[in-house]
Design a protein around this ligand. Structure first.
Ligand SMILES: [Mn+2]
Length: 414
């Protein structure tokens, strides 16, 4: 008998789909979370009697076991048991020390690997499965999605496959895909699926718009983190938030019900797998996660709970426009006024409520990044900018001091 214990996301489940195509009823497939895997492997080893079932083969894909089970699996293999662990997570590379494990980050042709694309290579290489066009297409879509490359290559079908995965139950998805891969000459969505996927796109857009308004920012350790509570659409949400707020080092998505935290970044200067490892998790440089321990709860939930959401930059301004050398007006989270202007070539200065701050930046982007990270500043609307200008002009004309005690352009009474 064959056994496959695999992750319960698209990449993991697609390993199960390939396994069903290859082994049919001769394989027992389980879709698991990380904790579920440890439990399941423990049970497997407890009841395994190698002498009675010498042909039993246990595959583990897209997940790795804890150190206790790592040791037990190795003993099991030394005693004659058969195990193949196939994974592509950077944090699992140390498993390559075992002859029964294969942790590969890149295919030979340079493409980033996913568990499904590695398992497909394994199955076809060992002639458990023959290559077909539809299998090739399906595996490539899963790989593009799981490695985030679908965005760069603009392969929307990869994202849509994941959307479909989340709209169906795992069992339904498995049955549908196995049937399609075994019967259709090429892999496509049917008309009905295309239609519900379109509806899903609109739903995701609305969800993200709402979540954008709940994002808070805080320094945790030395990193400026965007924190949001969300149960669904983590990739879409993180990608959108990371794009609008490039001053954030990474995005932390908290799922209280699932007791999980996902970390995502689109920056090269941050490796979120090492951030996740600090809290007992792991993953990839750009996408990782961990369970919500007491420490995570305290740092990311409790200590940030009273913060106000990030204010978005004013849109559609005509006068107060980023990068303008004569000056750009920002408002801090506390509604202080910050004025950014080019004071001499290559030097951007900052005024805080009319008072010059004692440091400068060589580019506008650096100055903006500083005030966004440290003061939660947002680009002020044209109305505030014009109001500041007119008050300033009035003060000059009246010969009063240029700045009132309350700062630049602020109302002095309410
Ligand atoms: Mn994966």
């Amino acid at each position: 008998m064959y056994y496959l214990y695999t992750h319960n996301d698209l990449d993991g489940v697609s390993c199960g789909i390939l396994a069903k195509c290859a082994f049919g009823d001769r394989i027992d497939v389980r879709y698991l979370s990380l904790n579920g895997l440890n439990h399941q492997v423990g049970k497997y080893l407890d009841r395994a009697v190698i002498q009675n079932n010498p042909d039993d083969l246990l595959f583990i894909t897209d997940l790795t076991v804890n150190s206790e089970l790592e040791e037990r699996l190795d003993q099991y293999v030394r005693a004659g048991g058969q195990v193949r662990l196939i994974d592509h997570h950077k944090t699992a590379e140390y498993f390559n020390a075992y002859p029964w494990a294969q942790v590969i980050l890149h295919h030979e042709d340079g493409r980033l690997a996913s568990a499904t694309s590695l398992f497909y290579e394994y199955l076809t290489h060992h002639e458990f499965l023959s290559r077909t066009e539809s299998l090739d297409q399906f595996v490539e879509l899963v790989r593009l999605y799981d490695t985030w490359q679908w965005e760069a290559e603009n392969k929307l079908a990869a994202k849509r496959l994941n959307d479909l995965f989340f709209m169906l139950s795992i069992d339904e998805f498995e049955v549908k895909m196995v049937e399609r891969l075994q019967n259709e000459p090429s892999f496509t969505f049917n008309d009905f699926e295309e239609k519900i996927l379109d509806m899903e796109d609109h739903k995701i857009e609305r969800y993200i718009r709402r979540k954008k308004r709940e994002l808070i920012q805080a320094f945790i350790g030395s990193e400026c983190v965007g924190i949001v509570h969300a149960e669904s659409y983590h990739s879409e949400l993180a990608s959108e938030l990371g794009t609008i707020y490039p001053h954030l080092d990474y995005i932390a998505i908290l799922n209280m019900g699932g007791r999980k935290m996902s970390l995502r970044t689109n920056h090269d200067h941050i490796d979120v797998s090492s951030v996740a490892m600090r809290y007992g998790g792991g993953g990839h440089a750009k996408a990782s996660g961990c369970t919500m321990s007491d420490v995570v709860f305290r740092l990311f939930v409790e200590e940030t709970f009273d913060l106000e959401p990030i204010r978005g930059d004013a849109e559609r301004n005509r006068f107060n426009v980023k990068g303008t050398e004569t000056g750009v007006l920002y408002e801090s989270s506390g509604e202080d006024m910050i004025y950014v202007y080019l004071s001499e070539p290559g030097k951007w200065s900052l005024e805080w409520n009319g008072e010059l701050l004692p440091f400068q930046f060589s580019t506008f982007a650096d100055a903006e990044r500083h005030i966004k990270r440290n003061y939660g500043a947002a680009l002020a609307r044209d109305e505030a900018f014009v109001k500041m200008m007119t008050e300033y002009m009035y003060q000059i004309r009246m010969g009063t001091p240029l700045l009132n005690s309350d700062g630049l352009g602020r109302e002095t009474s309410s």
